[in-house]
Design a protein. Structure first.
Length: 304
């Protein structure tokens, strides 16, 4: 199963016959970007509100996460001919009659202003005979929505392949840093032993305190042991690779896993800080691990 990015775009343009020698041209487009959940926004022309339920269902059946905008725009190929401007004869005639009556009753002179008449609300109108029945358009959109979403998912899958390659390269660098720390671990233990010896000598001076010695040993042993952090980090890296190989809905799982990896890196740094010698190199590697983890977290924000 592929990994899907949440970024994608798809569009289809269709002509639909509506009556003899007439047709509608429409454009149906969908674009998506990253989002924590599936957030759907529809932009439909007036008169097609009944389509909303079907379109939302199709989106939910095919997509898991992302902010998705679906836009439907339509226009007549022969709109210039179909939309002929005309005037409301009844309204204009009524205005002229009222003007003449008022003029005669009051003994006034004057002629009506045609420009003023045509500016009256409803005086001018457009013949939209072709827009009356949108049923053929709605039926066509219902047929096109699933192929359109498949087109979107194909693009999101291509983006997902690129993300997978980036994440695997990040894991390679993270694994290399982890192995580098493992190589240096014996020397770090030696450095702790030396520090332990110095503290024991100081503790067993004239005022020997056995309890203090035991406390010092316990603290240093605990601080010096990074084996568990290294083992867990390697396990997390392996699990991350398995999830990438399996594909599917991964975004939230990978984000949680990276949080665990970051926690291990922080613990490793806290245990090896201030050791000296090659301990400085471990600090560098630990910081490099954290940097790679952060890069991965940025990338998976766009993984479905």
């Amino acid at each position: 199963m592929p990994i899907y990015s949440m970024t994608g775009f798809a569009r289809v343009q269709v002509q639909v016959p509506v009556r003899d020698q007439e047709h509608l041209s429409y454009t149906l487009s969908v674009k998506s970007v990253n989002h924590r959940f599936l957030d759907v926004q529809l932009r439909l022309p007036s008169g097609l509100d009944a389509l909303e339920t079907e379109l939302r269902k199709a989106l939910k059946d095919n997509l898991v996460r992302g902010h998705v905008e679906l836009t439907l725009f339509f226009d007549r190929a022969d709109r210039a001919e179909q939309q002929k401007p005309s005037y409301n004869r009844e309204l204009v005639a009524g205005y002229l009659a009222a003007f003449a009556a008022a003029r005669d009753e009051n003994g006034l002179l004057g002629e009506p202003d045609l420009n003023a008449i045509l500016r009256l609300p409803g005086a001018l109108q457009t013949d939209n005979r072709g827009d009356e029945d949108l049923t053929p358009l709605a039926e066509s959109v219902q047929k096109e929505i699933v192929p359109l979403l498949l087109q979107l998912k194909t693009m999101r899958a291509r983006e997902g392949e690129a993300l997978e390659a980036i994440l695997n390269a990040t894991l390679d660098r993270l694994a290399e840093a982890t192995d580098g720390v493992a190589v240096l671990r014996p020397e770090i233990e030696q450095r702790y032993q030396e520090r332990l010896t110095q503290r024991l000598l100081a503790a067993t001076g004239p005022d020997f305190n056995r309890q203090r010695v035991l406390e010092e040993v316990a603290v240093l042993v605990e601080r010096s042991d990074i084996a568990e952090e290294l083992a867990r980090m390697k396990t997390h890296i392996s699990h991350f690779r398995e999830l990438l190989a399996a594909g599917g809905e991964l975004g939230k799982k990978l984000d949680f896993l990276l949080q665990e990896m970051n926690r291990e890196a922080n613990t490793l740094l806290s245990k090896t800080g201030g050791v000296g010698g090659k301990g400085t190199r471990i600090t560098e590697l630990g910081l490099a691990m954290k940097a790679e983890i952060e890069k991965a977290r940025e990338q998976i924000q766009n993984v479905e």
